[in-house]
Write a protein that binds this ligand. Structure first.
Ligand code: FES
Ligand code: FE
Length: 386
């Protein structure tokens, strides 16, 4: 293979290995998904005490429950006795306590060991010390974010900070009141692609004119291929005749009560690294959570969130759902089309980023730093931020 010299307009991407290698994926599990805050579950999905959801976070399975007091708790889904997985279902409800199906050690919803066969004959056993392994949990935007690190990084800086960095104003995301919205629709996508291809695709709009006809009708500036959404504070403006963020530009719903005039008729996109995208439009919020399961497989749960009265009234949300569902399907198809090439000799040294995509180079720099890989991709790799 000959190496193509890179011109100043083009900077290199990561080599194909980064999208296929199980060892690099393991390092990402360790240094990203198990070390950073990971958006695990929508809080309202666990509505009643005893409701649980199990979520794969890196190499660990985490059990999230709502306690009798109504708070959410996260623990490793592993019995302290001999390690049986406690809950094998993805979601469900336990009656009062969590009982291991192997030898019946029993934990309350706060994770404390409360009963076990013959436990009374072992008075020296400290029930707190043999409770479930706790996992840090924070709630924001109506979602439970968990962190497996012994010393979690600052939630304010690493999670909430992404919205501030993108919108330029700490109050801006609050205007949407996302935590008070109701779920209008959830679609789960099983994408046969590396999670980074999905992030990179979300970060650029060079592809919008080619693959997103409906989106570029609603947001004409996206047709220019410029990732305008990555200018600090800028939201892409709806086209002139467009009435709402819907598949045909027809009217949506009343704008959310605290959305400001500046935010009206605009679309804002936020990437909360590593696995969350937040999309803000005047009358709803679309939130993507990625669950990277293998180097070449990522499950994406996408929630469409509306004012509670919209959902309660049974209003037809299908036109707004359809717009971003099509965008998702178009994007994920592109990612799946790209994934096989990552293992090809054609991509051994990676591909290239055009100026409209140079900010993706910053994502690559960030990733290499987290994995503690030295940057041998060349000094031209770090592109300017748009
Ligand atoms: Fe759970 Fe024995 S492994 S009670
Ligand atoms: Fe796209």
């Amino acid at each position: 293979m000959t190496t193509t010299p890179v011109s100043p307009s083009l900077i290199t991407t990561l080599p194909g290995l980064y999208y296929t290698d199980p060892e690099i994926f393991r390092q990402e599990q360790e240094h990203l998904f198990e070390s950073m805050w990971f958006c695990a579950v929508r809080s309202a999905d666990l509505a009643t005490p005893g409701a649980f959801r199990t979520v794969q976070v890196g190499r660990e399975n985490v059990l999230i429950t709502r306690t009798r007091k109504g708070v959410l708790r996260a623990h490793l889904n592993i019995c302290r006795h001999r390690g049986a997985r406690l809950c094998t279902e993805e979601s469900g409800e336990v009656r009062r306590n969590i009982q291991c199906p192997y030898h019946a050690w029993t934990y309350d919803l706060d994770g404390r060991l409360i009963a076990a066969p013959n436990l009374v004959k072992m008075p020296d056993v400290d029930r707190d010390a043999h409770g479930l392994h706790k996992v840090a949990l924070r709630e924001w935007l109506g979602y439970a974010w968990v962190c497996l690190a012994d010393e979690p990084p600052s939630f304010e800086e690493t999670v909430m900070g992404a919205a501030v960095e993108r919108l330029g104003d700490p109050a801006a995301i609050e205007q949407y009141g996302t935590q008070d919205l109701a779920l209008g629709k959830r679609i789960t996508y099983d994408v046969k692609a590396n999670w980074k291809l999905i992030v990179e695709n979300f970060m650029e709009c060079y592809h919008c004119a080619t693959i997103h006809p409906e989106l570029t009708e609603v947001l004409p500036e996206f047709a220019d291929g410029y990732a305008a959404q990555y200018y600090v504070g800028h939201g892409a403006e709806f086209g002139e005749g467009v009435k709402g963020f819907t598949v045909d530009g027809s009217a949506g719903f009343a704008k959310l009560p605290r959305v400001t005039e500046d935010q009206d008729r605009r679309y804002y996109a936020i990437t909360v690294k590593p696995t969350v995208f937040v999309n803000l439009v005047p009358d709803h919020v679309i939130l993507h959570r990625m669950f990277p399961l293998a180097a070449d497989r990522t499950v994406v749960e996408c929630d469409w969130l509306y004012a509670p009265e919209v959902v309660e009234s049974g209003a037809d949300v299908s036109r707004s759902v359809e717009l971003f569902h099509r965008v998702n399907a178009q994007d994920f198809e592109a990612c799946e089309r790209t994934q096989p090439a990552m293992a090809s000799r054609a991509y051994r040294d990676g591909g290239v980023l055009v100026p409209n995509e140079h900010h993706i180079g910053m994502f690559h720099e960030w990733l290499l730093g987290k994995l503690r890989h030295t940057n041998d991709l060349g000094d031209d790799h770090a592109g300017p931020v748009h």
